[in-house]
Design a protein around this ligand. Structure first.
Ligand SMILES: Cc1cc2nc3c(=O)[nH]c(=O)nc-3n(C[C@H](O)[C@H](O)[C@H](O)COP(=O)(O)O)c2cc1C
Length: 172
């Protein structure tokens, strides 16, 4: 049976912490986890769902394809594969207090990359309950994926992850 792969970047901070929590919500035999640099692209065929987790760390890191951005490298490698037969879901870390006009903007990059490749995305998440003024990461009052703010709302993280992974499991 095909499994889920959870890919995250970067390491050692909030993203990795959130990634471990998301991973822990699934039965071990259902899911593998890897940072995006270590992921072996030759195993892609083993997976029916890819969960991408990252933080928003400023537009320049995302937009410049030549920048030292591991996600851009990953997407370029993806294009060297044959047909892509997986569904995608995302979670994004951000900070509503320091970046209220750009809260989890990075989610939009994942969405655009999936749109380009006609990959179905599941796990959209309602904007209710967050306090921010603008975000590139929303459409129709939903974030493109789960928005997490470990800087300001760490106490809400577990319940958000629990509810979101429930939706993912229902949509598999
Ligand atoms: C330089 C820098 C830029 C950031 N820009 C944004 C931003 O535009 N939008 C946002 O929601 N969060 C932004 N953040 C907040 C991070 O996304 C947030 O702190 C996240 O939890 C960091 O994850 P990490 O510990 O895995 O690096 C920024 C943080 C830094 C350090």
């Amino acid at each position: 049976m095909k499994k889920i792969i959870l890919l995250y970047w970067g390491m050692g901070g909030n993203v990795e912490k959130a990634a471990r929590k998301v991973y822990s919500m699934f039965d071990r035999e259902m899911i593998d986890i890897a940072d995006v640099v270590s992921f072996d692209m030759n195993t892609l065929g083993n997976y029916k769902l890819m969960i991408f987790g990252s933080s928003t760390i400023g537009a320049e890191n995302w937009i410049d394809a030549k920048a030292d951005n591991e996600w851009n490298r990953f997407f370029r490698k993806l294009d060297k594969q044959g047909s892509l037969n997986f569904t995608a879901a995302f979670f994004g870390l951000g900070d509503q207090v320091l970046y209220p006009d750009h809260f989890v903007d990075g989610l939009s990059v994942f969405q655009e990359e999936m749109d380009k490749r006609k990959i179905k995305v599941i796990g959209q998440w309602p904007v209710e309950g967050y306090k921010f003024s603008d975000s590139d990461g929303i459409e129709n009052d939903h974030f493109y994926g789960l928005a997490l703010d470990l800087d300001n709302e760490p106490e809400l993280t577990d319940e958000r992850i629990k509810a979101w992974t429930k939706i993912i499991k229902q949509n598999l």
